[in-house]
Write a protein that binds this ligand. Structure first.
Ligand code: GRG
Length: 309
């Protein structure tokens, strides 16, 4: 796929992103220890191993990095932000482990390794997903995330809504129901905004809330997150029809094989590429008031639109 639009960069974002992702890795690792937390009885070894397998397995850590960069835009860069990012990543990793199960997408490979149910078994993969999901709410409501209890409550409630019936899980249901059925463009956009978009939207919104941004800026970053979600999904759909599995590291052509409703199938690749370009422009316009401070977020938007895996 030819690049859609090169982000205007005065530096190479990759080392910075790698550093941020490493910080997330350290936080995830610290939260998935054998040692019990206050109120827990024991952490069964096999379940902990499966949770670690699902969560510490080389993801890009895009959602926590977005959350951290959004918080940094408003001046907050401490460990509490990284903890909030880890909570969000736990939900993402749970969703992948459950999505890979035979009852859902039935995948054998994830991030270049056997999926969690292949490396363990189905019951353990289900429980690992359940335990990652619940751990996320433990972490997001932790004192380190924000000193104000009302803000922690807001972050927890919004995370629940992003992940639940009106967000990611609901989007997954709509996606399953849309297989081998005609869907309108509006229906496809709705299911994608929920299934993939809700966590990306939350990442940008939560970063602003964590850093006590004013409501106008929270709304601005929320819209930026929605655009990131849309561009991410469209880029993913384009990769599925255009890229080879050698480049993406996963099976391609799966959407068509599964009779999946995508915008690429409905609008065509050229119109989809134009939409990604338009979204990227809107993203840059939203970030413009922040000037150079938004350089990292701007680069991430370009990276998402142009990604090849
Ligand atoms: C099981 C409740 C439930 C929901 C599953 C997210 C999801 C909903 C399913 C994943 C299906 C899928 C592969 C969608 C394409 C977009 C996507 C989420 C890709 C994976 O995200 P990346 O690229 O992955 O951020 P890494 O591995 O880098 O973390």
């Amino acid at each position: 796929m030819s690049p859609i639009q090169e982000p205007i960069l005065t530096f190479d974002i990759k080392p910075h992103l790698a550093h941020q992702a490493q910080q997330v890795e350290t936080a995830l690792e610290g939260l998935l220890r054998k040692q019990v937390m206050d109120g827990e009885t024991v952490r069964p070894t096999r379940l902990l191993e499966a949770m670690r397998y699902a969560a510490l397995s080389g993801g890009k850590r895009l959602r926590p990095v977005l959350l951290m960069e959004t918080a940094a835009l408003f001046g907050r860069t401490d460990e509490g932000v990284c903890q909030a990012g880890a909570a969000l990543e736990f939900i993402h990793c749970y969703s992948l482990a459950h999505d890979d199960l035979p009852a859902m997408d039935d995948d054998d490979l994830r991030r270049g390794r056997p999926t969690t149910h292949k490396a363990f078994d189905e019951a353990t993969a289900i429980l690992a997903g359940d335990a990652l999901l619940t751990l996320a709410f433990d972490v997001i409501t932790g004192e380190m995330v924000h000193p104000d209890a009302a803000t922690r409550l807001r972050l927890g409630r919004e995370l629940s809504r992003a992940a639940g019936i009106g967000g990611m899980a609901g989007g997954q249901m709509l996606d399953i129901e849309s297989e081998n059925r005609d869907r309108t463009e509006t229906e496809i956009r709705t299911l994608q905004a929920m299934k993939t978009g809700a966590l990306l939207r939350y990442a940008c919104r939560a970063g602003a809330i964590l850093a006590d941004a004013d409501e106008a800026d929270i709304q601005r970053l929320t819209r930026f997150g929605e655009i990131i979600g849309l561009a991410f999904q469209l880029a993913d759909d384009l990769l599925d029809v255009e890229a080879s599995s050698d480049v993406t590291g996963k099976a391609t052509g799966k959407d068509a094989d599964a009779g999946k409703a995508t915008l690429v199938a409905l609008l065509g690749a050229d119109a989809t590429r134009s939409e990604v370009s338009r979204l990227l422009e809107e993203a840059q316009t939203l970030l413009a008031p922040f000037g150079d401070k938004a350089g990292n977020l701007s680069a991430i938007a370009g990276f998402i639109a142009n990604r090849d895996h």
